[in-house]
Design a protein around this ligand. Structure first.
Ligand code: 5GP
Ligand code: ZN
Length: 113
């Protein structure tokens, strides 16, 4: 999708704060973080949401999210991690390219996710 911002970020056409990358995914820091270290797992191919992404890519997204969650736990010493993924505007999705949020949580961080 030529006008999709996450396609451009995932494929390196737009610079981003990348914290992890593999063949199928780029993981960047969210530019409006809910907490310190809030990251997004973005597939390099365009899928709008959960209903479009093939099961094998979905499994890869969760595996990548697990790697990144462990990385953030080690580096930031967070007390917990949320994996969150919105589908459709009614559910809070604002970027219509599938992405999995990895949100480090800290005791009393005041977030309600
Ligand atoms: P959604 O609401 O679609 O589940 O999540 C979109 C997320 O992407 C939001 O948390 C928002 O802050 C983040 N975001 C939107 N545009 C950009 C961008 O250009 N760069 C980065 N790093 N994050 C973005
Ligand atoms: Zn896209």
């Amino acid at each position: 999708m030529s006008d999709c911002i996450f396609c451009k970020i995932a494929n390196g056409e737009i610079p981003s704060n990348t914290i992890y990358e593999n063949e199928d995914f780029r993981v960047i820091l969210d530019n409006g973080p809910a907490t310190k270290g809030h990251a997004l797992v973005i597939p390099k191919k365009h899928y709008a949401d959960l209903f479009e992404i093939p099961d094998d890519v979905l499994a890869g997204a969760v595996q990548t999210g697990k790697i990144v969650a462990s990385m953030l736990k080690d580096k930031l010493g967070c007390d917990g991690v949320n994996l969150v993924q919105n589908n459709g505007a009614a559910a809070g999705q604002t970027v219509m390219h599938y992405h999995l949020h990895v949100i480090p949580r800290y005791e009393n961080d005041g977030q309600h996710i």
